[in-house]
Design a protein around this ligand. Structure first.
Ligand code: FUL
Length: 468
């Protein structure tokens, strides 16, 4: 994880790099036009959005009556007595998440079937009507306590669509009920880092369509949990990435145009394109979260035990989510016992080991800082301490200053003085990862940025040696 401290280190390294490199020295010495540009012209993340992004990786837990009916979408007629996870152990979920390298966990406190995993006062359709812990249990409580014991940040999914509620579709009444449910979740369980509003939205049982009062819903979350980010297919703080395959767009801007990405539940090709790629000229900071399941479904189904994604698939997803300026939200659903299944736990372990191997041997970090207006070409160059075969390149912008880079390339000198292209790309943002298996040893590297949105501040380059 990159911290502000890392960036300060990178900035210090920048002067060293400039001293080494005539090209960097030349661009650093150009007259700065930054002073003439409005300092805060481009959108920047809030502290909560920065904290969200720096997590890089969270686990998603889909759990509820569907776990017991073997369905993906319950219809709200499920008997609460089917919910009885005999060995439920939220500490096993949290331990597994931490060991996998996740920094946060998000639980489906309520899915579309309306069954509440906490003993809510708003409906009897909850754990309080189940035989689990004699009707005195609270999955949300056990989940948050376990997460905090493992130093994980907590998120809650509370489906707006509710197929059980008799008042769903009677818009003002259901909005009141939904606000009451959110109020319980956001006042009884301590700090919540993320509130997850899924986009599925069906008809009420009487055929009427529910109109959600989003301004009121968002206002309630802001008031009760001012440090939380809100996710939905349109934000307001974090946007859905536009698919459930684990693939962020490339390029991927953290800024979007709020006239396109407007409100949850609005669909269409232009919106999906914006969710995937963001918008270079977007006026709001709304980074993309990549949600994908380790299994074909979101809920646990024994029939899918042999279909858990492979370590290679998961590593590929890491590169196409975290590695493309997004955050990975990987779903690993508890089974009917209330435990993460052995196959999933083993796969998560393999996934972590594979990442540890890829990022095991890090070379000293490089960094460059510039202050320059758009329309220029910027170069930074540095010699490696010794010629090295590289495996992965990690680029980062200092995103607390906004996102700037729109086209760049990295070239390598293998020791003969000639520059060969290593990586080309458009956006960088918080993190851009590329595998760069070189056939020889790299002696010098240079980054050339020839299109960027506004002022450039700091670029950090982290190099990981190829595995022997
Ligand atoms: C969707 C839901 O319909 C799925 O069941 C799942 O929860 C997914 C993450 O979001 O909107």
């Amino acid at each position: 994880m990159t911290s502000r401290r890392d960036f300060l280190r990178a900035a210090a390294a920048a002067s060293a790099a400039a001293a080494l490199s005539p090209a960097a020295a030349a661009s650093a010495g150009e007259p700065s036009t930054a002073a003439r540009l409005p300092r805060r012209a481009r959108p920047r993340p809030t502290a909560a959005q920065l904290a969200w992004q720096r997590d890089e990786f969270a686990l998603f837990l889909h759990f509820g009556v569907n776990t017991f009916t073997d369905r993906e979408w319950g219809d709200g007629t499920e008997d609460p007595r089917i919910f009885n996870p005999q060995s439920l152990d939220a500490r096993q979920w949290a331990r597994t998440a931490r060991e996998a390298g996740a920094k946060a966990v998000i639980l489906t406190a309520k899915h579309h079937d309306g069954f509440c995993l906490w003993p809510t006062r708003t409906t009897t359709h909850s754990v309080a009507s189940s035989p689990w812990r004699d009707g005195r249990g609270d999955v949300v409580r056990e989940f948050v306590d376990a997460a905090r014991a493992e130093k994980l940040r907590v998120g809650l999914y509370c489906s707006p669509w509710d197929r059980n509620s008799p008042v769903y579709g009677d818009s003002p009444k259901y909005n009141d009920l939904y606000i009451a449910q959110l109020t319980e979740l956001l006042t009884q369980y301590g700090d919540i880092a993320e509130v997850w509003f899924d986009g599925a939205n069906g008809e009420g049982p009487n055929g009427r369509k529910q109109t959600y009062d989003w301004p009121r819903i968002w206002g309630t979350v802001r008031r009760l949990q001012p440090n939380a980010v809100m996710f939905s297919d349109a934000g307001p703080d974090v946007r859905w990435i536009g698919n459930e395959r684990g693939s962020a767009g490339d390029p991927n801007w953290s800024t979007v145009n709020p006239a396109i990405v407007t409100a949850p539940g609005v669909d269409g090709p232009e919106i999906i394109r914006s969710l995937q790629h963001g918008d270079r000229d977007g006026s709001v900071w709304r980074p993309g979260e990549t949600d994908v399941s380790i299994r074909p479904g979101w809920f646990y189904h024994a029939a899918e035990d042999a279909k858990v994604k492979s370590v290679d698939d998961l590593v590929g997803i890491w590169f196409s989510s975290v590695g493309r300026n997004s955050k990975l939200l990987l779903n690993v659903p508890p089974n009917r016992d209330g435990l993460l299944a052995a196959a999933d736990v083993a796969r998560l372990r393999g996934f972590k080991q594979a990442r540890d191997r890829l990022f095991a041997k890090e070379l000293p970090r490089l960094g460059w800082g510039w202050k320059i207006g758009p329309g220029k070409r910027i170069e930074g160059m540095a010699a490696l301490p010794q010629p090295t075969a590289l495996g992965v390149l990690r680029l980062a912008e200092r995103i607390d200053e906004g996102q700037q880079v729109a086209r760049y390339r990295v070239d390598a000198d293998m020791g003969d003085g000639a520059w060969r292209p290593l990586v080309r790309g458009e956006t960088i943002g918080y993190c851009k990862l590329d595998r760069v298996a070189t056939s020889g040893r790299v002696a010098r590297l240079r980054i050339v940025i020839d299109d960027f949105a506004e002022t450039i501040t700091t670029i950090q380059m982290r190099l990981f040696a190829a595995r022997a």
